[in-house]
Design a protein around this ligand. Structure first.
Ligand code: BTN
Length: 267
């Protein structure tokens, strides 16, 4: 069981994770975060041992078995142009990558939402915006990390696509320490973004550890599917893709599948 004291032992942040709400079982930490966002301090974290209605992107569900993962949401109040929110997801992915490195695990970032280890997904991020009124909004960044799931915990359709840190390391992961590491790294990358809109360090981490660059990909955006080759990640965090028709475009968000040995591999 994760408890606040264990997390605080490892926390070096000013505000991220300084308020933590722990739940034994909850529908979804993102849903709960939305409910409390208005009165919550920025950096408040909602964490659950189990989610009964864990949510993934594109209306998918997110499997969140009890005591096995890190299922949490961070409430953020950046007060920036809503068009810049997708960058917060990149900051989250870079923070998870750095935290895993501190635990001795090499991971890669699958732009913009996923972190993969040995080619399989270990972490997904669902960032949502909550409009407060015309001029203000909050951001809920939900992060799911498959920490201590066993092989048998994954449904058949996930077995080839997802893994856990425990499976990779062959040993249980200290979830409290991992959470604190993610929050510490997140705050370091988030402050320059919030104060100066500077995401240069995040872009550097994402570029150096991307599994997407120079790969054949299939991109689905607004229900339109196109194939192309990834070239780079620009300073705004957009994926630069050369499409089959030779046109080069900067993509801000979208669903990307990488062409692998057995066709396109979705994560
Ligand atoms: C994805 O890869 O589709 C995103 C998955 C995000 C899962 C996390 S777990 C904590 C938070 N609460 C949710 O219901 N979803 C996010």
């Amino acid at each position: 069981m994760i408890n606040k004291m264990d997390i605080e032992k490892h926390l070096t942040t000013d505000f991220v994770g300084r308020n933590i709400e722990c739940h034994e079982s909850i529908e979804s930490t993102n849903i709960r975060a939305k409910e409390v966002a208005m009165l919550a301090d920025e950096g408040t974290v909602i964490i659950a041992e189990e989610q009964t209605m864990g949510r993934g992107r594109l209306g998918r569900s997110w499997m969140s078995p009890k005591g096995k993962g890190l299922w949490f949401s961070i409430i953020l109040k950046p007060y920036l142009d809503p068009g810049k929110i997708s960058k917060i997801t990149l900051i989250g992915a870079a923070a998870v990558h750095k935290a895993l490195k501190e635990l001795g695990i090499t991971s890669h970032i699958k732009w913009p939402n996923d972190v993969v280890v040995e080619g399989k997904k270990v972490c997904g991020i669902l960032t949502e915006m909550v409009l407060q009124d015309e001029n203000s909004y909050y951001v809920i960044m939900g992060i799911g990390i498959n920490a201590n799931l066993d092989k048998g915990d994954f449904h058949d359709e996930l077995k080839d696509k997802a893994t856990s840190l425990k499976i990779i390391k062959g040993a249980e992961i200290d979830r409290s320490r991992l959470l604190a590491c993610v929050l510490n790294n997140f705050e370091k990358l988030y402050i320059p973004f919030k104060e100066k809109e500077d995401i240069s360090e995040t872009i550097k981490i994402s570029r150096e550890n991307s599994i997407l660059l120079n790969r054949e990909v299939r991109i689905i955006k607004d229900n339109v599917e196109r194939t192309g080759r990834t070239i780079d990640l620009d300073q705004e965090g957009r994926l630069i893709v050369e499409f089959e028709n030779g046109k080069i475009e900067a993509i801000l968000s979208g669903e990307v599948s990488v062409r692998g040995m057995e066709g396109y591999v979705d994560n």
